[in-house]
Design a protein around this ligand. Structure first.
Ligand code: URA
Length: 225
């Protein structure tokens, strides 16, 4: 399934499934992990996802002089970036972006699910957004750790594109756990948005939770279980 999805959606990037990535997933998926451990290991994993997202941004050549007098042929960023987290779980990804991009601006989008229809269809309602004024000139890291039905991520992308005039190809979606349903819904609708994820799970249960997944990411991260 994973191979088929990667082939069907060339804009999908699954970070290398190294032993460390599998270890971090083991710790955050374990139902007996303490909240302290959950946050610690989730933060480590998110940092890897953010670094992979940064790898996807175009760069230009830059030569610098070294103390040895031999120049180093390096690179520099050519685009301004910013983050937008989908509240509330996406806020857990802000710290890693701040740690990697000094002074980065971070906007927020709140999308509320219609709980009365949550079992039947991915019905989402937009409630609030606040983003940097020049967001349309930046590469935007859209952040949400769980891609279940794809409804919230699609609504957030729609808001960025329609309301804030961000170019679809300038959005990079950063995600911890995805599944075939969410990826198919989201990536069919937004073929130019790069999706960086650290796991593609098996599917969804009747409550639209990812299986095997890790339960409710936001509740476990923010300690509201
Ligand atoms: N959101 C979560 O926190 N977990 C899921 O499995 C799906 C959506």
């Amino acid at each position: 399934m994973t191979e088929a999805l990667l082939k069907q959606f060339p804009q999908l990037r699954l970070i290398p499934q190294s032993n460390q990535v599998r270890f971090l997933h083991t710790r955050i998926r374990d139902a007996t992990s303490s909240r302290e451990d959950y946050v610690f290991f989730a933060d480590r994993l998110i940092r890897l996802i953010v670094e992979e997202g940064l790898n996807c941004i175009p760069v230009a050549d830059l030569e610098v002089n070294t103390p040895t007098q031999v120049p180093y042929n390096g690179v520099k960023s050519v685009h301004g970036i910013c983050g937008v987290s989908i509240m509330r779980a996406g806020e857990s990804m802000e710290q890693a972006l701040r740690e990697t991009c000094r002074g980065v601006r971070i906007g927020k989008i709140l999308i509320q699910r219609d709980e009365t229809t949550a079992d039947k269809a991915p019905d989402t309602r937009f409630s609030y957004s606040k983003v940097p004024l020049d967001i349309h000139e930046r590469i935007v890291f859209l952040m949400d750790p769980m891609l279940a039905t794809g409804g919230s991520a699609a609504k957030a992308a729609e808001i960025l594109i329609d309301k804030y005039k961000v170019k679809e190809e300038n959005i990079i979606f950063l995600n911890v756990v995805s599944c075939p349903e969410g990826l198919t819904n989201f990536s069919s609708r937004f073929p130019k948005i790069l999706v960086v994820t650290s796991a593609i799970d098996d599917g969804l249960n009747e409550h639209k939770y990812i299986l095997p997944g890790l339960g409710d990411f936001g509740d476990r991260y923010f300690g509201t279980t």
